[in-house]
Design a protein. Structure first.
Length: 303
């Protein structure tokens, strides 16, 4: 084996280890968001669906959690948590996720404030945000999937101008005001009691002060998860996919300001009120509540 071959193998091994640790952090962040505790099962398919990944990378992340002593594999049960996601032991696993969210927020802020040129190179971004190539690639893949950057032919990347405009934010809101109440008003709409209970528990935890400990990305994702679960009750995947697409674009604006804590609490209370009405199967009233909720000024990405 040549020295260059050995160097490439070490680099590949390092990147693979870094990816596994990142996946482990994503799983722990999700477990924390869902209020999971030590002893709870980490179900591969449920994690894959929630993180929009295949089961292979989920398995990689679970094994990394096991190696870190945060989960263990059990016969016929799969993996279970061995530490609470809010414990000190879980913090190193969550550190990479927090780091990624901080850099993502910095890039979003720089794009919205025109501190970045439309065309950028990977070398420039790595220097500016002090990133490894693997870290940058994950961020670029994520941002590209969200639709506000695209690879240029041959070399470099280009930020989309339209998604950073005030008009795009207004258009995203107008679109949601149309599709989300319409989904609730669909014949056959139904949200199971289990889903309502799970959503209510999560929103109550946020209202009780959990958002003070959450990253910007986790706060935003909490709102996205809530609305996507609500729209899923229409049993129409086109509604869900359309909302996911617009939520990806909205994420850029959500990072602009998260200062209005009272506004955040108001939004969560509206989420809880909506769940109460949905539980009573008053779907016409729920659709009206949703439209009113969405027409309020956007606060912290939680609407």
């Amino acid at each position: 084996m040549t020295a260059s071959d050995s160097s490439r193998q070490r680099a590949a091994k390092s990147i693979g280890s870094e990816r596994a640790e990142h996946l482990a952090g994503l799983i722990m962040a999700l477990a924390r968001r869902d209020g999971m505790k030590a002893g709870d099962r980490l179900i591969e398919q449920r994690l894959a669906d929630a993180l929009d990944l295949s089961r292979a990378p989920i398995r990689l992340g679970l094994k990394a959690l096991e190696a870190a002593g945060l989960a263990r594999g059990e016969p016929h049960r799969g993996f279970v948590l061995t530490k609470n996601p809010t414990s000190g032991a879980a913090q190193p696993a969550l550190a990479a996720v927090r780091r990624g969210e901080q850099v993502y927020a910095s890039i979003a802020g720089d794009v919205l404030s025109s501190r970045l040129t439309a065309d950028v190179t990977e070398a420039e971004l790595m220097r500016r945000y002090d990133l490894s190539r693997a870290e940058l690639q994950r961020l670029l893949d994520r941002i590209a999937a969200e639709g506000w950057i695209a690879r240029l032919p041959g070399y470099g990347w280009r930020f989309a101008e339209t998604v950073a405009s005030p008009a795009a934010q207004a258009q995203a809101t107008a679109f949601r005001v149309v599709i989300e109440p319409a989904a609730i008003a669909q014949p056959g709409y139904e949200l199971s009691h289990e889903v309502i209970v799970r959503l209510r528990e999560r929103q109550q935890r946020v209202l009780d002060g959990e958002f003070e400990k959450m990253t910007i990305g986790e706060i935003y994702q909490s709102g996205c998860d809530f609305h996507e679960e609500i729209i899923r009750g229409a049993q129409n995947p086109f509604f869900v996919e359309a909302l996911r697409r617009v939520n990806s674009i909205r994420r850029l604006f959500a990072y602009r300001s998260f200062a209005d804590r009272d506004g955040m609490r108001r939004h969560v209370r509206e989420h809880l009120r909506l769940l109460d009405v949905l539980e009573l199967r008053r779907y016409g009233d729920a659709a009206e509540l949703m439209a009113k909720h969405l027409r309020r000024p956007l606060v912290a990405g939680l609407s």
